[in-house]
Design a protein around this ligand. Structure first.
Ligand SMILES: N[C@@H](CCC(=O)N[C@@H](CS)C(=O)NCC(=O)O)C(=O)O
Length: 267
């Protein structure tokens, strides 16, 4: 389907604030300095979703969420003769990309792709491996933790300790790879500080946002430290965890309970 006008008349993003992938969007918005007024100016509405015994459902008072995974973004375009056209963007990375473009550095918002070709390449290097590690991590988790069968679709009797161990080895290989690359990036950074996973002079990037979401989510929900024993990543986390864009579970949960975004993004 072609999009009839360059600017959507309305955009809606469905977000489960404490979830793993949706949290990427919240960290991104905060890291870019996007508050509710900026979103309102572009006619972007955020619909909070919560996890209940019925699964992931929109908070009360908000429209029902579309089927599929979260986050998801819906763009509504006014077409000819008042015909509306609707486009869905389904993946967290694609939504991050869209928001990064929509709120560019030229409008005083941080640029999360990285601001030079090498920063962008390094951020994408890390992000690609991280996405693999996250996927294998989920395989390991659903084959080792029976509490995940409520959402994994895997029955407890079908869980396999061999599959869990194999997936865990993959996670360790990929995380070790990331750790090595970040150590190299760090070696080229003044004073040995990472700043960002993308290395020399880079500010926060998509890679930082996605790794922080993974580390915080795994800690909060499963009590697991995703980067334990990986020195360069641990140092990165120590340096980054206190930054304003990293929001703790309490405020994310409050948003799910009240349906209000002020405490997460500011007015
Ligand atoms: N690759 C997707 C993964 C999204 C995903 O798995 N989201 C979870 C919540 S954190 C979800 O919606 N699970 C329920 C489902 O897939 O129906 C992305 O990056 O957006």
């Amino acid at each position: 389907m072609s999009t009839p006008t360059p600017t959507p008349s309305k955009t809606t993003i469905f977000i489960w604030p404490t979830g793993l992938f949706p949290r990427r969007i919240i960290y991104l918005l905060r890291a870019k300095g996007i508050c509710l007024a900026h979103l309102a100016a572009q006619n972007i509405e955020l619909v909070p979703v919560q996890l209940t015994s019925e699964g992931l459902v929109s908070c009360s008072g908000f429209e029902e969420r579309p089927e599929g995974s979260l986050p998801v973004m819906r763009l509504e375009y006014d077409g000819d003769e008042n015909k509306k056209e609707t486009v869905y963007i389904h993946e967290s990375m694609a939504i991050m990309q869209y928001l990064d473009d929509l709120f560019p550095a030229s409008s005083d918002h941080a640029e999360l792709k990285g601001s030079t070709p090498i920063q962008r390449a390094r951020a994408t290097d890390i992000l690609s491996v991280l996405n693999d590690a996250v996927s294998w991590g989920i395989v390991s988790l659903v084959h080792s933790n029976p509490s995940t069968s409520s959402w994994s679709g895997l029955k407890e009797e079908d869980m396999s300790s061999a599959a869990a161990a194999h997936a865990q080895r993959k996670v360790e290989g990929l995380t070790g790879k990331m750790d090595g690359w970040v150590r190299e990036n760090m070696a080229t950074t003044d004073g040995g500080k990472h700043g960002s996973l993308a290395g020399r002079g880079a500010a926060v990037t998509f890679a930082d946002v996605a790794l922080m979401a993974q580390v915080e989510y795994m800690k909060e929900v499963y009590g697991m430290d995703f980067i334990a024993g990986y020195g360069a990543l641990e140092q990165w986390w120590e340096e980054m965890k206190g930054e304003d864009w990293v929001l703790g579970r309490e405020k994310l949960l409050k948003c799910e309970r009240t349906g209000k975004w002020e405490g997460v993004l500011g007015k």
